[in-house]
Design a protein around this ligand. Structure first.
Ligand code: SAH
Length: 452
């Protein structure tokens, strides 16, 4: 018998899913409930019923779990950016370790050594990037916040705990200046107005800040006054860029950027690699945690001075460049042209000569490199959430590297892809989860594979 909508049920929460929801069972049926903690008894109102499962809303915690903690963010329930603020960080790590272990056991049927999860050095204010949507409030004033889950309703959030305080303050001050200079916020319904997103990036080591206004237009009225106001109050802001996005779209940035102040990028470094960070390239959001991850990647790669390293999905080239001194030659492949340009510049800044970056689809480039007879000793794969495609995995196997290091922000697709490689002559040696995204459901995984 299934539950029905609005029914009140009492549940014992057994665990947390990869979506960050608590899960309990009612007469055998799985019920997913956001904001619940494993080990507690709760009263839940059923909100949505599907065939095999249902979703519920937490109405009351009847017996709290020992890991439950006070919620420290006023918009935690409505914003949707964090899913795990109501449990201790220790429990969060335990759950994430379990999520990764489950994916590899269930999806991948893989039995490799599971190393203990790497915690993030910082659990708050750790993000070096924030993209605030901007809308007018009921008085017509611009305000920043985040879109509530699966909606475009703005939840005002001025002091997000995941962002550095400085970035929150700069974004708030942008709203003050927008009001002062009559720069309108964008309105999605009417497709009128100008400023869609306030997008900020900060170099963790350099402190430099890039401010990018994503606009539904081609120029910023009172632009020079606006920039002067920002720079006067926040000397950390080295670059101010307009990104043009005049499409009716959910995609945040457009492809064209115009620089108002400084260069189109800021400078930082990661694992001693100098990096140019522009608005359009992927860059790991939690620098010190990503540096730990890169150290694990180097440890898993076990490079020798005679080795050739192929870094697929290389972004700005940071992983490969951080291992450059341990090998003979580095080839990186990345599909976003701006990221490839930064990768070349990063290599130049560290005088790395035996380096090549190809701007191409990973599968196409890997297939071509395999055809040319390239035989890298090690291949690093760091695909986006959807994982690698078949062409990429086939070409990787064709090139027959001694080791493969698979890095992924989605343990489910990582387990799937690792399983495919295991069916083609590789064996997974070690799996390590690394928390790059504290207080959220997201988790990074890194796997070492070696050729049988
Ligand atoms: N290794 C980098 C980036 C990892 S994120 C780092 O650690 O910073 C994944 C990268 O894959 C992004 O830069 C994205 O632009 C790129 N990408 C996505 N699809 C791709 C494809 N089909 N071919 C090549 N690169 C792709």
């Amino acid at each position: 018998m299934s539950v029905t909508k609005n029914q009140m049920v009492e549940l014992f929460i057994e665990g947390i899913t990869s979506e960050g929801n608590g899960v309990g069972r009612y007469q055998g049926q799985a019920i997913f409930v956001p904001l619940t903690a494993p080990g507690e008894r709760v009263q839940v109102q059923i909100a949505k019923v599907a065939k095999q499962y249902a979703y519920g809303i937490l109405r009351q915690v009847l017996e709290p779990a020992a890991c439950r903690i006070e919620q420290d963010c006023p918009v935690y329930r409505s914003c949707g950016g964090c899913q795990l603020r109501h449990i201790t960080y220790e429990e969060e790590l335990r759950q994430k370790q379990q999520m990764v272990a489950d994916c590899f056991a269930r999806i991948g049927k893989i039995t490799a050594e599971m190393l203990p999860i790497l915690p993030s050095p910082q659990t708050e204010h750790y993000r070096n990037k924030v993209q605030f949507p901007v809308q007018e409030d009921s008085q017509g004033k611009p305000q920043i916040g985040f879109f509530a889950p699966r909606s475009h309703r703005l939840v005002a959030a001025q002091n997000c705990l995941l962002q550095p305080t400085l970035l929150n303050e700069i974004a708030q001050y942008c709203c003050v200046l927008m009001e002062k200079y009559h720069i309108p916020a964008y309105n999605e319904q009417t497709h009128k107005g100008l400023v869609r997103h306030i997008y900020l990036r900060q170099g963790y080591h350099s402190g430099q800040v890039l401010l990018c206004l994503v606009i539904n237009g081609t120029n910023l009225p009172s632009g020079s006054k606006f920039c002067a106001g920002i720079q006067q109050k926040f000397p950390e802001v080295c670059s101010i860029v307009l990104n043009i996005n005049q499409q009716k779209t959910n995609v945040i940035t457009g492809t064209k950027s115009v620089c108002l102040v400084g260069k189109e990028y800021i400078q930082d470094n990661m694992c001693e690699v100098p990096v140019q960070i522009g608005p359009l390239s992927f860059y790991q959001v939690n620098t010190p945690a990503a540096e730990q991850l890169y150290h694990v990647a180097a440890d898993f790669a076990q490079l020798k001075p005679t080795d050739v390293l192929l870094d697929l999905y290389c972004g700005m080239g940071t992983i490969g460049l951080s291992m450059y001194h341990q090998c003979k030659q580095l080839i990186g492949v990345e599909v976003i042209p701006e990221a490839v340009e930064s990768a070349w510049n990063n290599a130049k800044a560290m005088n790395a000569e035996n380096v090549r970056f190809l701007c191409a689809d990973a599968g196409t480039a890997a297939t071509q490199l395999a055809k040319e007879g390239l035989q890298p000793s090690v291949i690093v794969l760091d695909p986006p959430r959807k994982g690698c495609d078949e062409a990429t995995l086939n070409a990787v196997v064709e090139m027959a590297p001694e080791r493969i290091v698979m890095i992924s922000c989605n343990p489910a697709t990582a387990a799937r892809d690792v399983a495919i490689l295991c069916g083609k002559g590789y064996v997974a040696q070690k799996i390590q989860a690394a928390d790059l995204f504290p207080r959220t459901k997201h988790i990074e995984t890194i796997v070492q594979l070696s050729r049988v």
